[in-house]
Design a protein around this ligand. Structure first.
Ligand SMILES: C[S@@+](CC[C@H](N)C(=O)[O-])C[C@H]1O[C@@H](n2cnc3c(N)ncnc32)[C@H](O)[C@@H]1O
Length: 327
């Protein structure tokens, strides 16, 4: 049994969801990397791990190390990657690995990186639809490539609501790979939460909420005159129609949530109709209230990063299982 904490590299780190989850189970993040300036700002406001803003496909400048070389030098036990999902998402065009914009191709950069860095284990995350894409052939190809690198792999589609008990739907495909069969035999996926949080419990008190949110709510309501907005229902407004969420669980937060209130879940409180605040979205992803949402960033950028984030307690539970298997 090793007493030293495991180390991890957070690839496609976004706002640092995997890093927050690692912190909860005592895994040390030695490197985080993402191409986005917004993500760098959020990450640096919350974590001390080195952050490198760089495209995974290339070196930052001639003669500079690539992300793959940086990860190889860091020698992490675990690599995590919530690789970009537009190519597989039901909401996107479903171009898959052959996406001409290259977003599906990032899987191959990830595979090359794993081949070079050879971590003891990895945890990959993507939209649930990746499992169904091309009748399962896309996932089959990815799993086969991972196996041919010498990893023992397992995958599961988990809903963050079920695992974390938070009132946030988020079905995601998780792929775990380990370099030894015995580690795979010791690994177990997390089980369902014992306790569930009610959707109103994540709401901020109306007095704490900026007027701009209610102004957005009034503008959205004007698009559907006479609609009966009820305080006991969660809504979303998707371009031209209002949808009520079932079961008292917020629908999956998405990267295309905007400040105009589109796609952001809507609630009615004592002051009126409004979209969830960025803090409430952070709570739905399981980020604690001391997680800094930098004031210099526009809400639309924060919504986007929060819609891209993993569910922190869900991933912490998976990383806990991986840690138990490896140590
Ligand atoms: C689904 S998000 C990951 C979110 C992250 N797991 C979290 O918890 O916040 C995908 C990330 O990949 C980044 N990305 C997209 N293309 C990239 C590239 N070529 N190189 C590096 N990062 C890239 C995006 O900026 C985005 O933050």
């Amino acid at each position: 049994m090793s007493q030293q904490s495991l180390t991890m590299v957070d690839l496609f780190a976004g706002l640092g969801g995997f890093s927050a989850a690692a912190g909860r189970v005592g895994i040390k993040v030695v490197l985080a990397t993402d191409v986005s300036q917004t993500c760098e700002t959020i990450y640096r406001a919350n974590f001390t791990a080195p952050f490198v803003r760089q495209d995974i496909r290339q070196a930052s400048a001639p003669g500079q190390p690539s992300v793959s070389e940086l990860v190889t030098a860091a020698q992490p036990d675990i690599v995590t990657a919530g690789f970009p999902c537009q190519s597989f998402s039901r909401a996107g065009r479903q171009a898959g690995l052959a996406d001409p914009l290259g977003r599906g191709q990032l899987v191959f950069d990830l595979l090359n990186l794993l081949r070079a860095a050879r971590p003891r284990a990895f945890l990959l995350e993507n939209v649930a639809n990746l499992a169904a894409h091309a009748g399962g052939a896309t996932l089959g190809q990815i799993l086969q490539e991972l196996t041919s690198l010498g990893y023992f792999v397992t995958h599961s589609v988990l809903d963050a609501h079920v695992i974390s008990g938070l009132p946030a739907r988020r079905e995601r495909l998780y792929i775990v790979g380990v370099a030894r069969q015995e580690w795979l035999e010791r690994f177990a996926w997390p089980s369902a939460a014992q306790k569930f949080v009610g959707w109103r419990e994540i709401l901020q008190p109306p007095a704490q909420i900026a007027d701009k949110y209610y102004e957005t709510g009034r503008k959205l309501a004007a698009h559907v005159p006479g609609f009966d907005w009820r305080a006991d229902t969660i809504y979303t407004y998707r371009r031209s129609y209002v949808r009520a969420a079932a079961g008292g669980v917020f629908p999956t937060l998405m990267a295309n949530m905007g400040t105009g209130g589109y796609n952001v879940p809507l609630v009615v409180d004592k002051r009126g109709l409004r979209p969830l605040t960025v803090r409430e979205c952070a709570r739905l992803q399981g980020l604690s209230d001391d997680f800094v949402l930098p004031a210099e960033l526009l809400d639309k950028h924060l919504y986007q990063a929060l819609g891209n984030s993993i569910s922190v307690p869900t991933v912490a539970a998976i990383l806990g299982g991986l840690q138990a298997a490896l140590t």
